[in-house]
Ligand binder design. Structure first.
Ligand code: HEC
Length: 116
């Protein structure tokens, strides 16, 4: 039950404040990331902390910020990961565009360059 609640709150938050949680670059690229965030809130947030804010407890997967900051995390690597089978993570059937959006969102969490 608890994790369902978390999903619901995350989904709601996604509808209300996407601009507050995502970098403010206007245009189609931002829309695509917001779509990714929304998909992540629905499909990934029960097992992963998907936003920048740390959250307590109960997440079986690594936070997306941590994933984004791993050197091995690139678009192609995420692509392969999300299309392959895992023991501890269910295979999620995302269509091409959903997958791209989620990948785009995760990559947007990479720590920004110091001089940005
Ligand atoms: C039922 C739980 C569950 C759901 C739902 C889930 N994951 Fe995971 N995920 C995991 C677990 C557990 C791991 C750690 C896997 C491992 O270490 O073998 C993981 C690992 C990952 C990783 C890290 C890969 C790496 O290189 O270490 C990525 C990226 C990821 N998940 C993306 C997603 C995305 C995107 C979604 C939603 C579309 C999602 N996950 C939904 C449980 C889940």
């Amino acid at each position: 039950m608890r994790s369902l609640c978390v999903v619901r709150v995350a989904v709601l938050a996604g509808m209300l404040v996407p601009h507050a949680v995502l970098p403010a670059t206007a245009g189609p690229a931002e829309d695509h990331r917001i779509r990714g965030w929304t998909i992540a809130a629905q499909l990934c947030s029960q097992c992963h902390v998907i936003g920048r804010e740390p959250q307590q407890g109960g997440f079986v997967g690594p936070s997306f910020v941590r994933v984004a900051d791993m050197l091995s995390t690139t678009g192609p690597a995420l692509n392969v990961f999300l299309q392959s089978h895992h023991d501890r993570m269910p295979s999620l059937r995302l269509d091409r565009d959903e997958m791209d959006a989620v990948i785009d969102y995760i990559l947007s969490l990479k720590a920004e360059a110091p001089n940005d």
